[in-house]
Design a protein around this ligand. Structure first.
Ligand code: PGA
Length: 236
């Protein structure tokens, strides 16, 4: 795709097609800068009556630990502000890990049980970190399968500090969906935009499969669509 705008429109069309074909789809949702344009396009499609979210269920990939859901830096706030408040997904069908959970283990377990109870994810939307993380599954010698508490890497803390006033304000921990939920999604849509993502996209598509770059595991998934803009594509 030439531009970020075209990428966003195509991604939104892909998601809308999923919902039109299966109105009660379970979507796995991502936050970050990359899917923002896609959410905007989906809102426009909804306003024009082209797509209806009333039977859709959603599960977000991750949330910072320690942030209140009303904190503008939380992913709950991001989802509400950029998407949920504009469309008709029923509140009880929207799921985001609770960043203020007192019992974290139970929260993680219940998140997985809710995903299983919904029948698993039909379409998982993913961005990718510069270090290859998907969700907050950070590069490591081993990866977690289930929803879990993550210690964010310095690379991620630094990359995400662009949204905070200073580095110190970036939470050090998060709750993330595990690799099993992502790999068991029936379809995956991976989005990337901008020159900074060109190396990681090259690795995602043709690099050695390694837990040190979690996005490379998607090479083992049977149904992945990768959409990138021109700037993220030169090494492909
Ligand atoms: P971004 O984040 O879309 O803001 O680049 C992607 C990620 O870190 O997963």
């Amino acid at each position: 795709m030439d531009t970020y705008q075209k990428l966003s429109l195509k991604a939104a069309t892909f998601v809308a097609s999923q919902i039109i074909l299966k109105p009660d789809s379970v979507l796995g949702l991502a936050t970050g800068a990359t899917p923002l344009g896609m959410y905007r396009q989906l809102v426009t499609m909804y306003e024009k009556g082209l797509v209806d979210f009333k039977e859709v269920t959603t599960f977000n990939l991750d949330e910072y630990l320690g942030l209140d859901e009303k904190d503008p830096q939380s992913y709950s706030y991001y989802m509400h502000y950029n998407f949920f408040q504009h469309v008709n997904i029923e509140p009880q069908k929207r799921h985001i890990p609770r960043g203020q959970a007192e019992n974290r283990e139970r929260t993680c377990r219940e998140y997985d049980e809710a995903m299983d109870g919904a029948g698993g994810i039909d379409l998982q939307i993913l961005g990718v970190g510069l270090n290859g993380h998907i969700g907050f599954n950070e590069p490591d010698c081993k990866l977690q399968t289930a929803t879990h508490v993550v210690q964010l890497t310095q690379d991620t803390i630094k990359a995400n500090s662009r949204y905070f006033e200073c580095l110190e304000q970036v939470p050090r921990q998060a709750i993330s969906m595990g690799m099993a939920s992502i790999m068991q999604a029936r379809k995956v849509l991976l989005l990337a935009s901008g020159a900074s993502k060109k190396e990681v996209i090259q690795q995602a598509v043709g690099g050695e499969i390694t837990t040190e770059c979690p996005v490379t595991l998607l090479q083992l998934h049977p149904d992945v669509t990768i959409m990138v803009d021109k700037e993220a594509a030169p090494l492909l």
